[in-house]
Design a protein around this ligand. Structure first.
Ligand code: C2E
Ligand code: MG
Ligand code: MG
Length: 267
């Protein structure tokens, strides 16, 4: 793939708005009926050379695993992230103006973004220019990035938190980190990765881990979101053990902003 896509194509993608931001709903599952609580912004690339040969189905766009490494190799990942953050903030503002609803959206932060001393300023500028609140713009930071450099990531996270941003620890449960990290790191939301928890195939063990993490989250006053929820069984297990929010194919795949607007309007 990397041989087929030149650096110029990546620059064109950024300039000509071929990158699309999709939104995957998060639901509060505590009541009888699930309640829409927010979304995660996920980037897609409608690459013309490929999409011309395909039909117009919204699923026929490239997913990040196919192109994020290329942007990273070419030193363009920060530009991509900046594009996604700006677009997500504009969309939160549009939903507020057009539909009168505030949709908290989380965006992904790359490891290299955390070493940019201007990160808080950049994010605050985006927030300000779109008239939204830091509370409604959550930042997802991966557990693996923390493990690579606990000190550096903690410093960056503390700074972002001091500026009012809400921090989500993404992809938690892939087995790298310790309880110490949860106690030391100033986060607001723990995102449990069901794909990794479920890989054990031992239902008893999965239940114990979910229970353990929901207890820890309670004790440390984090919210907990389970991601990658695909089945009714997983949903029931999460409900039973006090997990408050879920995101996953069981409810919905990531969708275009227009589809998300329809969801907001029609329920
Ligand atoms: P992530 O942040 O952990 O995002 C969740 C991923 O899980 C998404 O993949 C989503 O489509 C997928 N997913 C959601 N529900 C389910 C489910 O029930 N089952 C399964 N099997 N998968 C599910 P996606 O969109 O392909 O993104 C992959 C990763 O790429 C993201 O993982 C994130 O780390 C990264 N990424 C996405 N957008 C951006 C971005 O704008 N900037 C940066 N730096 N990274 C991004
Ligand atoms: Mg994420
Ligand atoms: Mg994740």
């Amino acid at each position: 793939m990397s041989d087929l896509i030149s650096k110029e194509a990546l620059i064109t993608a950024l300039k000509e708005k071929q990158l699309r931001v999709y939104y995957q709903p998060k639901y509060d599952i505590r009541g009888d009926e699930p309640r829409l609580k927010g979304a995660e912004a996920l980037v897609r690339w409608a690459y013309p050379a490929i999409s011309e040969q395909l039909d117009n189905s919204t699923t026929k766009v490239m997913t990040p695993d196919m192109f994020l490494p290329l942007f990273e190799q070419e030193g363009l990942l920060h530009e991509l992230d900046l594009y996604v953050w700006t677009e997500a903030a504009r969309q939160i503002s549009a939903w507020k103006k057009e539909l009168g609803v505030t949709v908290p959206v989380s965006v992904n932060i790359s490891r290299m973004d955390l070493y940019d001393s201007g990160l808080s300023e950049t994010l605050l500028r985006i927030i300000r220019e779109n008239g939204i609140r830091t509370n409604d713009f959550m930042l997802e930071i991966r557990e693996a990035d923390y493990v690579e450099d606990a000190e550096g990531v903690t410093r960056a996270v503390e700074n972002l938190r001091d500026h009012g941003f809400r921090i989500v620890m993404d992809d938690f449960g892939r087995g790298y980190s310790s309880l110490n990290m949860l106690i030391a790191l100033p986060i607001h939301v723990l995102k449990l990765d069901m794909k990794y928890l479920s890989s054990s195939n031992d239902i008893e063990k999965i239940q114990q881990m979910v229970r353990f993490f929901t207890d820890v989250a309670d004790y440390l006053h984090f919210d907990i979101v389970a991601e990658g929820v695909e089945t009714a069984e997983e949903l029931q297990l999460l409900k039973k053990h006090g997990c408050s929010q879920v995101q996953g194919f069981y409810y919905s795949e990531p969708m275009r902003a227009e589809q998300f607007s329809a969801l907001l309007t029609n329920g």
